[in-house]
Design a protein around this ligand. Structure first.
Ligand code: PLP
Length: 448
């Protein structure tokens, strides 16, 4: 196979993006849709349609997508069974003056599926689910402080972490988040601890004795897997300090199996939050948990018009049932495992310091050696060359049920063409000459 790839025009997409930037501040509604995070100038800002593991951009180019709407599209784009359930529901109406029984039906399904779930509330997204969970924890305990690890959304309770020092959140997924607009009065209410570091959690609990409402974390993320005893230790510390333990399962939920991370790792939180894969691309979120904790929300003011619209409910029910019926977890695991094995074998063959690690359902590629310029060069050059060859991908990979072995065969063909280029760049160090479509920090340049 030749090492060069035909140029794809993304002119229409970028012309629209430039215009959109004039009337939509920041250009996008979700930071990870910013093209500057990938290969700016090459990564298409706009899609026209998607099906299965693929989408077509505004200029008509086809991509095999390894991101799948930040993992939300777990069964694939435009899944027939989910879409038919939604369309049938739409024909009956979508949101009414009173509740629809689907609300109860989905709650029963979630309770039967998720180990810690005894009661359920709904919302429309992950950040919102976490905000509700934190509110419940504060209401239940009568305390204010939140100990967190990782990324949990855009709301005030979380961004408050950056009020006293605006680099606190840098180590928790997204660097450069400014707490602009978050009331200064919330300073000191959201405090970080380090993943796999029980001591850092214990220190925070001791320093804030009797004031911690909840501990919130993702049980695993990308390459970060729980060290033996870590989650059990977090559970024990939460119980000992009377803090509510919240697992943010916005990414792990339904991806690490129907029971999510809590079933996978065998540790039960008090509350767990869901969005993304719960509904295969329809807006939906949920907070579930122990009845004793959840029931306080019945007395609190937590309420919104579209939280129980029947589109999200129908989509979630269909998604969960299809995931179960198709044994999607086994398929996603097989695809992810083949991705990791093939990627790692070829990387080794080409003497690249790149590894695809983490769980096969939630893969993280990283460079194991080299300085920051080299690491960034490897990532940008990889993304650029894979984009040229028709892949929408980066260093975080979300395999879906819709990915086929033929998709992986294509990926393997692309790696065989791209890895020698990376090897050559490592040798010469001429990253700038080779990378024409660089990534840019999330909060910097918006268009090339
Ligand atoms: C772990 C985690 N929690 C919460 C969120 C926020 O979810 P949403 O974008 O649906 O508000 C995300 C989004 O990426 C996430 O990864």
């Amino acid at each position: 196979m030749s090492n060069s790839a035909p140029e794809r025009s993304v002119e229409r997409s970028y012309a629209l993006y430039r215009e959109a930037l004039e009337i939509i501040p920041g250009g996008v509604q979700l930071i990870s849709r910013r093209p500057q995070l990938y290969a700016l100038g090459m990564t298409p800002p706009y899609v026209s349609r998607g099906k299965g593991s693929r989408f077509w951009d505004l200029d008509g180019n086809e991509y095999i997508d390894f991101m799948m709407c930040v993992g939300a599209s777990i069964l694939g784009y435009a899944d027939d069974a989910v879409d038919e359930a939604v369309i049938a529901q739409i024909r009956q109406g979508t949101a009414y003056s009173v509740s629809h029984p689907l609300e109860y039906e989905l709650a029963r399904e979630l309770i039967a599926t998720i180990p810690c779930a005894e009661m359920v509330r709904y919302c429309k997204g992950g950040g919102e689910a976490n905000t509700i969970a934190v509110r419940i924890a504060r209401g239940y305990t009568g305390r204010e402080k939140v100990l967190f690890c990782g990324y949990h959304g855009w709301h005030d309770w979380y961004l408050a972490a950056n009020l006293e020092n605006d680099s606190v959140l840098d180590a928790h997924l997204l660097p450069g988040i400014k707490p602009q607009g978050v009331p200064q009065g919330l300073a000191g209410t959201a405090l970080p601890f380090r993943y796999n570091d029980l001591e850092s959690l214990e220190q925070q609990l001791e320093h804030n004795k009797g004031q911690v409402a909840c501990i919130i974390l993702e049980a695993s993320r990308g390459a970060s897997l729980p060290a033996p005893g870590f989650l059990e230790g977090v559970r024990a510390l939460a119980t000992a300090h009377g803090a509510v333990l919240i697992f943010d399962e916005v990414v792990t939920g339904f991806r690490l199996g129907l029971g999510g991370a809590q079933a996978q790792f065998g540790v039960l939180p008090d509350l767990a939050t869901y969005a993304k894969a719960i509904s295969n691309g329809y807006a939906m979120g949920a907070v579930v948990g122990r009845g004793a904790v959840m029931s306080v929300v019945g007395e609190m003011f937590v309420s919104s018009t579209y939280w129980s619209d029947s589109v999200g409910l129908a989509a979630s029910l269909a998604t969960i049932r299809e995931l179960r019926k198709r044994d999607a977890f086994a398929r996603i695991t097989a695809i992810g495992t083949r991705f990791q094995q093939s990627f790692n074998e070829l990387a080794e063959e080409h003497e690249l310091p790149l590894r695809a690690s983490g769980l096969p359902q939630q893969i993280a590629i990283s460079a194991s050696s080299g300085d920051s310029e080299q690491k960034r060069g490897l990532k940008d050059y990889y993304v650029q060359e894979m984009t040229r060859r028709g892949f929408f991908t980066s260093f975080g990979v979300s395999p879906s049920y819709a990915h086929t072995d033929a998709d992986l065969d294509e990926a393997i063909g692309a790696w065989r063409a791209v890895f020698p280029l990376l090897r050559a760049a490592l040798h010469t160090g001429d990253w700038d000459a080779r990378i024409v479509a660089r990534s840019v920090d999330a909060f910097r340049r918006q268009v090339g």
